[in-house]
Design a binder for this molecule. Structure first.
Ligand code: DCP
Ligand code: MG
Ligand code: MN
Length: 339
């Protein structure tokens, strides 16, 4: 990944970093943003050390590392393992947590609340919890949404959408993004990036919301809307479920509305993977630039607390390759964008 450009492969703290990374991944998965951040900061700081950090005192001397992480670092170096990580893997509540978090839009707070209320199975939830509409749909289609979608089926869904796009407006264009664009043999959902040459977001959204989505719903391809469409911050997406004609299995589908001027930045964002995106953004910020799904910007003004005051000057939004070029990174084809 991008980290390779930092030349840190032979770090003396490689083992410690590996263990801490597993903890960070765990906390990230359960949605504990605070601990995830603390671990990531510590990992970042350890990467910069030229010596092995052995004791908690040595670790504590590094500003980004607090007491509790310092103790864990000493434990890893002296015992070559971390008990906390092993307990974490064995924790049976964690398995229920994972089961519940597999429901569409159910995150750590909701899942852990249900566990605290004594629920342990999907049937418990069905019978005893007052679920909202999306949670109910997510639960009804739990098995569907958990299944990987074979690449060939993603292609078929995309072809149906493409046909509806052309019928609504000849100029509408579609690119299959996400794991499919990275060349994966199966995907968790179907990510379709939709744009039109020269068009604003407003135009793409109007065509989609007024023509394409109603048509695809009428022909019974789109089954249900889960999010998107109207409210301002959701204006550029439509999340829902689709099924091939005659098929019983519903698939998760994300339609992403993109103005022509932002296509390159949107392609990078929606191709991922998410870790690749994070490392590319970090690289941009190190070069005093900012990358998001709308574009690459320079001269971002920041206040005293590093908070952003202005977006800065747009350097590039339209051309995906040009964004890599300005960042000074060799162009990575989508198949290489896995970290
Ligand atoms: N994305 C991101 N950060 C997130 C969520 C998404 O950068 N927190 C970007 C990168 C993803 C892309 O959006 O590749 C699509 O998101 P998906 O959740 O659909 O993930 P993938 O398509 O990569 O994988 P999957 O096969 O599980 O759908
Ligand atoms: Mg996807
Ligand atoms: Mn998606």
């Amino acid at each position: 990944c991008m980290e390779k450009h930092d030349g840190n492969e032979d770090n003396p703290n490689a083992k410690t970093i590996e263990v801490l990374q597993q903890m960070a991944t765990y906390y990230d998965r359960i949605g504990d943003r605070w601990r995830t951040m603390a671990y990531r900061k510590a990992i970042g700081a350890l990467r910069k050390q030229s010596q092995l950090v052995r004791t908690k005192e040595e670790a504590r001397a590094i500003p980004q590392i607090g007491d509790s992480l310092a103790e864990k670092i000493e434990e890893i170096v002296t015992t070559n393992r971390l008990r906390k990580l092993e307990y974490t893997k064995l924790d049976s509540n964690d398995q229920v947590l994972q089961l519940f978090m597999g429901i569409y839009q159910v995150g750590y707070p909701t899942a852990s609340k249900w566990i605290a209320q004594g629920h342990r199975t999907l049937d418990d939830l069905r019978q005893n919890v007052d679920l909202n509409t999306n949670q109910r749909i997510g639960l009804e289609h739990y098995v569907d949404f958990q299944q990987r979608i074979p690449r060939a089926e993603v292609t078929e869904h995309a072809a149906i959408v493409e046909k509806a796009l052309k019928a609504a407006d000849d100029g509408l264009q579609m690119i299959v993004g996400g794991s499919y664009r990275r060349g994966n043999k199966d995907s968790g959902d179907i990510d379709l990036i939709i744009t039109k040459e020269g068009a604003s977001l407003e135009l793409v959204r109007t065509l989609m919301m007024e023509l394409v989505i109603p048509a695809l719903t009428d022909q019974d391809f789109l089954k249900v809307k889960l999010a998107g469409g109207e409210a301002h911050e959701q204006a550029s997406k439509w999340h829902g479920a689709s099924a091939l004609p005659g098929a019983k299995t519903w698939r998760r589908i994300d339609l992403l509305f993109v103005p022509w001027a932002e296509l390159g930045a949107a392609l990078i964002y929606f191709t991922g993977n998410d870790i690749f995106n994070r490392s590319l953004r970090l690289l941009a910020s190190r070069k005093e630039m900012r990358l998001n799904q709308h574009g690459l910007y320079a001269d971002v003004m920041r206040g005293r607390g590093r908070e952003r005051i202005t977006d800065g000057k747009l350097l590039e939004g339209q051309d995906e390759k040009r964004i890599f070029e300005i960042l000074g990174v060799p162009y990575q084809p989508p198949e290489h964008r896995k970290c």
